[in-house]
Design a protein around this ligand. Structure first.
Ligand SMILES: [Zn+2]
Length: 501
């Protein structure tokens, strides 16, 4: 008899893979073999599929069934191929027309009673199906389908059990309605409102949010650095559908149940004991686990007391800061995992935190070693270096919602201007493009030339100031940065602010 085909898909933790399931029914002793590097869960699928088929009103085919999973050289894990295997087996016995069986992609584990169950990593697998087999129908349990309803380029179809799936497949019944997950994005009520007497620092956070600039906050403990950092996500515009899906896919590995779509930018704040592997991600039991940098994708990565982090963990940030992704090694090859985050670093001026104060007994050497833990190349990638001193007065920061609206408008201005170079944020504009296509006005050009010729600032430092100046003028609704914007930008770039306090 002929070989019959269906399609399933599996997740490795952070990306999905389409799997072709072939079933061949031949004469011989009844039995079923699964080949193509299945793990124990897939091998056991033999028994689940057999019971599910029997309990769904179909006869188990008489003869020997061989199921091949392709690509055969890749290890396959989990129970997510059950439904695809059941469909291929039914097609091999001609219990359903083989031609209609091979069109869709089937996601889901089968219960012995034939019920279709959800599997982890649904969003990642759906995104891979959309990429590799666009326009395809995707069958899954209602819960899975709710999660992937937003994925563009696929046609999700909810089915509760195997018999239901076959009826929908043969056109005997119509699929149920999709229940999309509710939007659960509620911005936290606390943003900069809670930060008292830090007008300049609050302003810096607004500029950082508007331009997506990485920021270093240095200052003694207790002045509000952590509160400023924690307030940042509330200033950022909500994520788009695509961004929310990407974030969801990366969290899939660690969170299995979800109640809704969250459009708030993530805020990730690892402890300073975080290891290099936990920071960039790695492989665990054959599954990939995204690191902190990837969990902060499209959001904020906050390192409190940054000099306390290991050198390795800090240096590992350089690659994602540069390219927006990290490479995570797997057994045979390296996987690129998205990690485009906004970095906020907080640091005390010395190990005891009271540099210059009465109680500080740190020696100059200790202070220097402490500050050098954040390397020059890493500091170089941080646009804004802000000193946070003791609070002055009792004015609280602006309402987060108001700031967010201003940030949104500024981002719309920059996105419109930067569209020709495929960029959205000022902080991501390459230096060469910046100088050639986006110079400031004449008065500001003159100041920059002065700074350059007096050897006060190098080219890269000037680029960073100019990027900031563009963000400041976007916030002010000014067409092009001038003197005012440039001077404010330079003040937000107190070079190596960490060093002296
Ligand atoms: Zn000290």
């Amino acid at each position: 008899m002929a070989v019959r085909v269906s399609y399933g898909a599996l997740s490795n933790g952070i990306s999905g893979q389409l799997v072709e399931v072939q079933a061949h029914l031949s004469n011989g002793l009844p039995g079923m073999t699964i080949v193509g590097l299945p793990d124990t869960a897939i091998s056991e699928s033999r028994d689940r599929v057999r019971s599910a088929i029997g309990n769904s009103g179909f006869n188990w085919p008489t003869g020997r069934i061989t199921v091949g999973l392709s690509p055969a050289f890749e290890h396959k894990r989990g129970s997510g191929l059950d439904l695809a295997i059941a469909v291929a087996v039914l097609a091999s016995a001609e219990s359903i027309p083989p031609s209609i069986a091979q069109g869709p992609v089937y996601l889901g584990e089968l219960g012995l009673d034939g019920s279709v169950r959800s599997v982890p990593g649904a969003v990642t697998t759906a995104l891979s199906v959309a990429r590799d087999k666009p326009g395809t129908k995707v069958f899954g349990c209602p819960e899975t389908i709710s999660q992937i309803a937003l994925v563009p380029g696929i046609k999700p179809i909810p089915v509760t059990n195997l018999a239901d799936a076959i009826r929908v497949l043969t056109g005997e019944s119509k699929p149920e309605r999709i229940q999309p997950l509710p939007d659960v994005s509620t911005y936290s009520a606390t943003g900069l409102e809670e930060v008292i007497g830090q007008r300049l620092a609050c302003r810096s956070m607004e500029v950082a949010a508007a331009g997506g600039h990485h920021i270093l906050l240095s200052g003694p403990p207790g002045v509000g650095k952590t509160m400023l950092a924690r307030g940042l996500p509330a200033l950022l515009p909500p994520l788009s559908d695509q961004q929310a899906l990407e974030v969801c896919a990366l969290r899939d590995a660690s969170v299995t149940t979800r109640t809704g779509i969250d459009r708030r930018p993530p805020f990730v704040s690892p402890h300073h004991s975080t290891t290099l592997v936990a920071m960039v991600g790695g492989s665990l039991g054959g599954m990939l686990r995204p690191g902190q940098v990837s969990l902060a994708h499209h959001g904020v990565l906050f390192l409190d007391e940054a000099p306390e982090f290991s050198r390795g963990a800090l240096e590992a940030l350089r690659q994602p800061l540069e390219s927006g992704s990290v490479h995570v090694a797997r057994a045979a090859f390296v996987e690129r995992v998205p990690a485009e985050f906004q970095l906020v670093i907080a640091a005390n001026p010395c190990p005891c935190g009271d540099s210059g104060g009465m109680s500080c007994q740190c020696s100059p050497n200790e202070i220097r070693r402490y500050q050098q833990r954040i390397s020059g190349p890493l500091l170089d990638r941080i646009d804004m270096h802000i000193r946070v001193g003791s609070p002055v007065g009792s004015t609280p920061g602006d309402r987060s919602e108001d700031v967010r609206n201003r940030v949104q408008q500024a981002r719309e201005r920059s996105a419109a201007r930067l569209a020709p170079i495929n960029s959205l944020l000022n902080s991501r504009v390459p230096g060469e493009q910046l100088r050639k296509r986006f110079p400031p006005d004449e008065s500001a050009v003159k100041i920059m030339e002065d700074w350059r010729h007096n050897n006060q600032l190098g080219l890269r430092a000037l680029d960073r100031i100019l990027r900031l100046a563009w963000t400041i003028s976007d916030l002010a609704g000014v067409d092009r940065p001038g003197e005012v914007e440039l001077i404010e930008a330079a003040a937000m770039r107190q070079d190596r602010a960490l060093v002296r306090s």
